[in-house]
Design a protein around this ligand. Structure first.
Ligand SMILES: N[C@@H](CCC(=O)N[C@@H](CS)C(=O)NCC(=O)O)C(=O)O
Length: 98
């Protein structure tokens, strides 16, 4: 899978943390935000919103929005789990999402 990312993008960093915790390998697609590369036609073809991150799956699907990408990673690679399975503690972690 390929992650469109930039080192100073906090939303991309969330996804990189999840990929790292799950031990998944990924190919970087570096998009330089200060240079405005997120508005280049090539990147708008991946994410018309012009925002990072975007994940291109091995099947060629594209996901945007860091939390949606993380949910996809959790669904497709459930181990190790990112959230505790406890009925109370799992949703408590969700309280921190924004
Ligand atoms: N809610 C989105 C936020 C995406 C976002 O705002 N990304 C920033 C970088 S952290 C971006 O691409 N900014 C480029 C711009 O505003 O032109 C997510 O979680 O993925």
């Amino acid at each position: 899978m390929k992650l469109s990312t930039y080192f100073r993008s906090s939303a991309s960093y969330r996804v990189r943390i999840a990929l790292g915790l799950k031990g998944l390998s990924w190919e970087p697609d570096y998009v330089n935000l200060p240079k405005g590369e997120q508005r280049d036609a090539d990147y708008l073809g991946i994410n018309p919103q012009g925002l990072l991150p975007a994940l291109t799956t091995d099947e060629g699907g594209v996901l945007t929005q860091s939390l949606a990408i993380i949910e996809y990673l959790e669904e497709t690679h459930p181990t190790p789990a990112l959230l505790p399975s406890s009925a109370l503690i799992g949703p408590k972690c969700g309280q921190w999402r924004s």
